[in-house]
Structure formats: structure tokens, C-alpha cells
Ligand binder design. Sequence first.
Ligand SMILES: NC(=O)c1ccc[n+]([C@@H]2O[C@H](COP(=O)([O-])OP(=O)(O)OC[C@H]3O[C@@H](n4cnc5c(N)ncnc54)[C@H](OP(=O)(O)O)[C@@H]3O)[C@@H](O)[C@H]2O)c1
Length: 270
Amino acid sequence: MNVALVGLGATGKIVAEYLLGKNVLSMVLCRKNSHHADLDLGVVLNRRDTNIFIETCEHLERKLFENKPDVLIDFSSSHFLRENINLLAHYGVNIVTAVTDYEPAEIEKIKQVALQDKIGIIMAPNITHGVNVLMLLTEIATELMKGYDFQVLEEHHHRKKDSPSGTAKKIAAKIENIMINHLDDREVPIHAVRSGGIVGRHKVLICGEYDQLEISHESFSRIAFAEGAYKAANFINGKKGLYGMDNVFDAERIIKKHTVTDDDHHFIAN
Ligand SMILES: NC(=O)c1ccc[n+]([C@@H]2O[C@H](COP(=O)([O-])OP(=O)(O)OC[C@H]3O[C@@H](n4cnc5c(N)ncnc54)[C@H](OP(=O)(O)O)[C@@H]3O)[C@@H](O)[C@H]2O)c1
């Protein structure tokens, strides 16, 4: 698998180092006027030369044709796919986008491209394994804890642009969807903190009159994002269509495995 990476910010640099370690990185893209343009990636990562020269997004058509990446991992901003998604689809480059600042219309456009089945796209506003497990556990807890008060708390570094995080909004929406099935249409409050260098914390607080449950996840290192992105790239390589990280982590199969079936009732009763 040949991987292209766009975005060499706080997260992208860690992802680049991780992908170099896996021997899959073949192309790194930056903005038109970026000070990273034409440098060896090793200079930006403060390590020995890599022989991968950072290229701007200008004349991307020619660069994709020459490099032929299988998958592009995007840790840049919504601008990149807004401008280049059609080109990537044309050249059959699959996409893992971890970017979180998309407008609803941009998300719709990305989904439409994926549903044309020319390329495979993973939309991953929450890319770590742990956060995906947190979401799964939260869905189970919401089914089981009818009438409890649910709140979502999230904390991130002060440079993070979106607030609350896309992940927090997604968790709250999942809880609300399940609560509606229980004829409970309360809104789930989200509390966001932006402070210092916090990599990322999400907590679901579930309070009743007499007890409470907390489900929480914390990323200690951005390597957790790199690991998730690499797993996502391996998953999407060679596929077409639209996927999420729940597909990468095979959440549906795990839920089915642990769902109590009629056979289980029979077994328990006997
Ligand atoms: N899904 C997840 O779990 C997860 C985890 C971590 C981060 N993220 C998301 O990933 C994105 C990047 O995060 P970050 O913390 O690394 O941000 P950051 O430090 O601001 O870095 C963003 C990088 O993207 C580059 N960039 C922006 N627009 C570009 C464009 N149109 N073309 C090429 N390069 C472009 C920037 O280049 P310049 O320096 O030239 O501006 C910079 O190198 C954010 O949306 C963030 O929320 C998601």
C-alpha cells in the first residue's frame, strides 16, 4: 500500500513519523505557500533524510498521476477536500479523512462522491480505537439506563478550532437517537473545555437519583490518532463506498456476538 498524507501540523507530523515506521508513506502534501514546500520530510520531522520531498497541492493532477498513491490520509483542514475531492476520485485514490471542521454541505458532498462507488472514503471525525469503544459502550448504557440524565464532557488543547468537538456532538446525537425510541426527547448537554496541551478527553456522565456511571476515554499521545489512521488506510485500501471507523473496528460484529439471543434465553432457563 502506498499512502499519501496531507497536513503536517501537530497531528500530521506524528502520523508521518508513524507511517514512515510502517514503510507505507510515499507522498506528503502541503499548502501552496507553505514553508514546508520542497523540503525533505526528515527536516520537518527533525530526523535523518527520508527522500520524500514535501509537495504543494499545485498541479496535483500530475503529482497523483506520477505517485499513484492507493490511499490519502487527510489531517489538514476542510479546504483540502473541498478543492481536491473530484481529482482524487478521478485518479482512484481512496481517502481517510480525520478532519473535523467540515460544514454540513461539505460532509454531504464527500458522502455523495463515496456513494458514486468510484473510490472508498472513510469519514473519521473520531479516529482512535478507544473513542469508538466509548461510543459503543455509551449506546449500550443508553439502552439500559432509561430515565437517567446523560451529559457529554470534552477537553482539548487551546489550539483546537472546533468547540465542542465533532466526537462530543456525535456521542450526544447517538444518545438522543436512542432516548427518542424510549419516548424521551431531552437534549443531551455538551460541556467543552479548551486548555493548555490536553491531547483529548471525552466523558459520558450518566446520573440517576441514587447512582452514577461514567464512561471516559483519554488520548495520552497523538500516536493514538496515527494508529487509527493506519488501521483505517489498511481497511479502505482496495474498497469502494462510504465507511466509518465503526466498520474499521468491526463494531457491528462485536455487538451481535454479545447480543442475548433466544438461544441464550433457552440456555439460561435450563
Ligand atoms: N479524527 C480525529 O480523531 C482527529 C484527531 C486529531 C486531529 N484531527 C483533526 O485533524 C485536523 C488537523 O489537526 P491538527 O491538530 O494537526 O491541526 P494543525 O496543527 O492546525 O495542522 C493542520 C495542518 O494542515 C495543513 N493544511 C491546512 N489546510 C490545508 C490545505 N488546504 N492543504 C494542505 N495543507 C493544509 C496546515 O498547513 P499550514 O501550516 O500551512 O496552515 C497544517 O500543516 C483538524 O481538523 C483536527 O480536528 C482529528
